[in-house]
Ligand binder design. Structure first.
Ligand code: AMP
Ligand code: GLY
Length: 427
């Protein structure tokens, strides 16, 4: 099969590594790709916001299956464009990707199909939103409805923060642009978070390993939210009985609801849950694999990842042998640029990758580029260093051994990835 992977981050590097292992994989093209992916396939520049350009590339390169990594092309309708041309792309159509593209839509779907989530109201004008806040004191969560690169959810611990968040979105400044012109205000949920990934073909689904992300920049979950500073899988907070409840009360009603709405879900549904005292509730849906979670979830899949995505795209998941439960653990530590998620330096020369790989860890590229023959930093999250082993401790030891070998100016990473998992594992 000739494959095209769309995207350029750690998630797409992880997908490229996984599909490259498959005997079904012939030619591999990555667009735009990154220096790590360039060791696995040919990289070709493309605008990921342009569905037509992506479909043109797939046609020009005689691609059999395109795997779309990020949400932006999915929400923009890249899969619709492929289907129109009789081409095959793994991912949801725009009407289904709206589960991530519009929080207002996803909350309405949850309400309609009785999926447990935080109570909420949707607003498009400032004065009604401010009135609502008068009746609903903090803690409360204010969310831009549209895509906001992970920055659109503001957990407000004081009334003043909530008022400021609403004013930023719905006031003159419109800090989140169009994405913040519709605002969801929701109840604050307390509990531990976990990420689940369901690969769906429109009818049936296969669950990948559960994972736990570390969204805050600093150790002990302090500081601002980021795209994710590390992850591990499986997540012991997701016990077998919790998983059974999530399937019954969240995943299955959501997929059935999407069929009833006329937008059956094909692709990966990322279900972010909060394990609250009242049971699991949805924090958010995303229409793609999580990053960095997929860097640990894909290596634990007991089977051929490409065969799985291919069967899901064809609508024949039920023909696949059911995967075994994941064996062992995997952990990823994100190496960031000092200053991220705020301003940070770019263009710093990177060394030590070979030594890092010698520890047995895998170094996935998230924000790098080649400049004058040197590998340099080019993003806030620069690498994901992935370790694996029989236990979570083994996986973490390997990942951290890899991290200490990588060198660049301003390197920063959390030292407590997996701590909650280790504590739970010991209970
Ligand atoms: P989202 O972009 O919706 O995933 O939110 C980003 C992060 O904000 C989540 O991973 C949670 O840590 C936090 N968050 C979002 N919604 C809530 C909520 N209703 N209650 C508590 N925390 C939340
Ligand atoms: N790690 C969070 C996300 O991919 O949205």
């Amino acid at each position: 099969m000739n494959l095209l992977i769309i995207g350029s981050g750690g998630r797409e590097h992880a997908i490229a590594l996984a599909v490259k292992k498959s005997p079904l994989c012939d030619k591999l093209i990555c667009a735009p790709g990154n220096p790590g992916m360039a060791t696995l396939g040919r990289c070709i520049p493309v605008s990921v916001t342009d569905p037509k350009a992506i479909a043109d590339l797939a046609q020009a390169e005689s691609i059999d299956l395109t795997i779309v990594g990020p949400e932006i092309p999915l929400v923009a309708g890249v899969v619709d464009e492929f289907r129109k041309r009789g081409l095959r792309a793994f991912g949801p159509i725009a009407g289904a990707a709206a589960l991530e593209g519009s929080k207002a839509f996803s909350k309405d779907i949850m309400k309609k199909y009785a999926v447990p989530t935080a109570a909420y109201e949707t607003f498009t004008d400032l004065s009604s939103a401010l009135n609502f806040l008068k009746m609903h004191p903090a803690p409360i969560v204010v969310k831009a409805s549209g895509l906001a690169a992970g920055k659109g959810a503001i957990v407000c611990l004081t009334d003043a923060e909530a008022i400021a968040a609403v004013e930023e979105m719905l006031g003159e400044k419109a800090v989140f642009g169009e994405s913040g012109k519709t605002v969801v205000i929701e109840e604050f949920m307390e509990g531990e978070e976990a990420s689940l990934f369901a690969v769906c073909d429109g009818k049936d689904y296969v669950l990948l390993a559960s994972a736990q992300d570390h969204k805050r920049i600093f150790d002990n979950d302090l500081g601002p939210n980021t795209g994710g500073m590390g992850a591990y899988a499986p997540a012991p907070v997701v016990t077998d009985s919790l998983l059974a409840e999530v399937k019954k009360t969240i995943i299955e009603p959501t997929f059935r609801g999407m069929v009833q709405e006329g937008v059956p879900y094909t692709g990966v549904l990322y279900v972010g849950i909060m394990v609250t005292p009242q049971g699991p509730k949805v924090v958010e849906y995303n229409c793609r694999l999580g990053d960095p979670e997929c860097q640990v979830v894909l290596p634990l899949y007991d089977g051929d990842v490409l065969a799985l995505f291919d069967a899901a795209e064809r609508g024949v998941l039920s023909s696949l042998k059911a995967p075994e439960a994941p064996r062992g653990s995997a952990a990823v530590v994100v190496l960031a640029s000092g200053g991220y998620p705020g301003d940070y330096k770019k263009g710093c020369v990177v060394t030590g990758l070979e030594a890092a790989e010698k520890t047995g860890a895998h170094v996935l590229h998230a924000g790098t580029k080649m400049e004058n023959g040197n590998l340099v930093t080019a993003g806030g999250r620069v690498f994901g260093v992935v370790g694996s082993g029989d236990t979570l401790q083994d996986a973490l030891d390997q990942a951290y051994a890899g991290c200490t070998e990588v060198k660049y100016d301003g390197i920063f990473y959390r030292k407590d990835i997996g701590k909650k998992g280790l504590q739970r594992g010991l209970k």
